[in-house]
Ligand binder design. Structure first.
Ligand code: FAD
Length: 298
């Protein structure tokens, strides 16, 4: 079945929604409506969605599982391309010691499959509620390593919708950063080398996961500053901000680098709280905190 938009030449094999609340698609449960929300069924759908946005002079943005993103209260006046586990681009296979996954695959599914096939290479990614595409864009991981360490190649569309194959080096992975994110590419699929290892501490990871609060929140809001041996969470805690709130947005009492939506938090509350945290930490420690959370402005 094809969905299409009257008065335009935008045709899709997948689903097209209009005025879709973004709060339904983010772990923060915050965000107004997206003018267009596309659930692609094929790579062609993804490039058609980009071409449509460009032809209408609209912004576009890719969304995975929405676990590291804050949308504005007034919504997104453009095209959201949702590559999540509920779309058709979610396949994961393993051949020999290589894992091949499409962008919408859940990282947990990919990790389970690699474990079942006798490879522990992805075990350090346990507990990260990402899609493969979101994990690669963010270079998600833990202090000892990140998903980029396992990558052999990534297939992506560049910002103009042109197909690219990138090697690990060409992805320019860094601490919660990548060329994919910087240049607003769309990951379609990737191959991981399951013989690569990250030397990590299982006990320390379990402890860290235990400190993470339950509730509506993304992961860590701030990156750990490179100029300090202390984590962003420690700096926020020592600035006396645990439990501090603006409206229903609150610095978590158990892990100070998490901000929780206690129910009715607006994007504006979160942004005001972020400013307060940054100012206080700067005043106390003379250190700038940079965002790990993707804040979408539109
Ligand atoms: C409880 C909890 C624990 C967490 N623990 C960790 C952790 O230990 N380590 C860690 O690194 N992160 C952690 N996170 C944060 C988050 O899960 C990661 O940043 C993850 O990589 C985001 O993936 P996503 O699919 O949800 O992406 P989204 O939040 O949907 O998007 C994040 C960014 O990725 C881009 N993106 C998404 N899909 C694609 C695609 N197909 N192609 C190109 N760009 C894309 C988006 O445009 C956006 O810029 C945690 C989050 C939560 C809620």
């Amino acid at each position: 079945m094809k969905t299409s938009l009257r008065h335009t030449n935008f045709e899709l094999q997948g689903t097209l929604l209009q005025d879709e609340p973004l709060s339904k698609h983010t772990s923060f449960r915050i965000g107004g409506a997206a003018r267009y929300f596309v659930k692609p069924k094929s790579v062609e759908d993804v490039s058609n969605a980009i071409a449509f946005a460009q032809s209408q002079e609209l912004s576009w943005h890719v969304l995975g599982n929405g676990t590291n993103i804050l949308f504005p209260d007034h919504g997104f006046d453009g095209v959201i391309i949702h590559l999540g586990p509920s779309t058709d681009l979610n396949q994961v296979t393993i051949e020999d010691d290589r894992l091949y996954a499409e962008a919408g695959a859940s990282l947990a599914t990919a990790r389970h499959l690699s474990e079942k096939s006798g490879f522990g290479a992805m075990d350090f990614l346990v507990g990260i509620p990402a899609t493969l595409g979101g994990a690669l864009a963010m270079n998600a991981g833990i202090p000892e390593g990140a998903i980029g360490d396992l990558v052999t190649s990534v297939i992506a569309l560049d910002h103009n919708g042109k197909l690219q194959q990138l090697s690990q080096a060409e992805c320019e992975f860094g601490y919660r950063s990548s060329r994919i994110r910087r240049e607003q590419m769309v990951v379609l699929a990737a191959q991981l080398d399951l013989t690569q290892g990250v030397d990590w501490d299982k006990f320390a990871l379990m402890l860290r996961r235990k400190q993470q609060p339950n509730g509506y929140s993304p992961g860590c809001v701030f990156k750990n500053p490179s100029l300090s041996p202390q984590s962003a969470g420690w700096l926020i805690d020592k600035s006396g901000l645990k439990g501090y709130n603006v409206g229903d947005a609150q610095v978590s009492c158990s892990h100070a680098n998490f901000i929780l939506n206690r129910g009715q938090a607006r994007s504006a509350d979160v942004l005001a709280l972020i400013d307060i945290v940054r100012e206080k930490v700067y005043k106390e420690f003379n250190l700038e905190l940079n965002l790990e959370l993707e804040v979408v402005l539109n």
